[in-house]
Design a protein around this ligand. Structure first.
Ligand code: URA
Length: 262
């Protein structure tokens, strides 16, 4: 049975309609930011029925109780844009870009540093965000890295080889799954399955290099392709369906019920 055809718990509606993870939905309810019929509620397990004239609102914004289509988009985050829904000190955020494009209730998979650029996957489906963001699911990410210094390609290849074996940095072992150097101009291509903070920069800094430009070109099976900075497009339906299925399967295997299972 679909989660919203009949009755479902409040946090499930929030996951679906606001595109947030289960943890985030529970926290939003606990902090009193969710109202049903105009009254703040703090019980995330409250059952709501579609068609029973409930009105659901998050921070004063109405949310529908009707089932909605799950969608996944690719966005090219430009360098300089901050990966935040809202930031008191920076107006140039992904959240603002999305609101300007009319995306409401969407979140994204995996942060990028403000000076980094490239692929962000956007979705209004909490399962996709959760399954593709969590380190446990080891979703691969591919980056192209341009260095600040001119270095012989063989030195970079040597460093990449060591990165595959793993390096110790600030008490953590960082490693890449694969890497190669491309020349003219020299660019390193690395694939990682982890998502540690500033991981690519830390890996290159370890070998004495500075990262001049960092572009994420793939997240899992989705590639940035020829999208231009600031552009956004919806995944083809077959790719979208396959990612949705994969996300629900990963959550089910991990014992985390998908919001479509209840
Ligand atoms: N690694 C980094 O150092 N920065 C990013 O934005 C992503 C991966």
């Amino acid at each position: 049975m679909s989660a919203t055809t009949d009755s479902s718990k409040l946090f499930r509606f929030l996951q679906q309609q606001a595109g947030v993870s289960r943890r985030k939905a529970l926290a939003l309810v606990a902090s009193g930011e969710v109202a049903v019929n105009g009254v703040a509620v703090t019980d995330p397990f409250l059952r709501l029925e579609v068609g029973a004239a409930h009105r659901l609102a998050l921070r004063g914004h109405p949310l529908s109780l009707e089932p909605r289509e799950s969608r996944i988009y690719r966005l090219y985050k430009p360098a300089g844009t901050l990966c935040s829904h809202d930031d008191p000190f920076c107006g140039n955020t992904v959240g603002r870009l999305l609101r300007a494009e009319g995306f409401l209730g969407y979140s994204w998979v995996g942060r990028l540093d403000q000076d980094a650029e490239g692929l962000l996957l956007l979705s209004n489906d909490g399962d996709v965000i959760q399954a593709m963001s969590h380190p446990r699911y080891e979703v691969t990410k591919e980056y192209r890295v341009w260095l600040g210094e001119s270095v012989p390609a063989r030195d970079v290849e040597r460093a990449l080889h060591k990165m595959v074996q793993g390096i110790d940095d600030e008490g953590e072992t960082l490693r890449i799954l694969e890497g190669r150097a491309e020349s003219r101009p020299l660019c390193a291509v690395v694939v990682l399955a982890e998502g540690r903070k500033h991981e690519v920069k830390r890996l290159f800094t370890y070998f004495g290099y500075t990262v001049r430009r960092l572009v994420r070109v793939a997240v899992g099976p989705v590639r940035l392709g020829n999208l231009a900075p600031g552009d956004c497009d919806r995944l083809p339906r077959d790719e979208e369906d396959s990612l949705l299925r994969r996300a629900r399967q990963l959550l089910a295997e991990a014992g985390e019920t998908s919001d479509r299972d209840l």
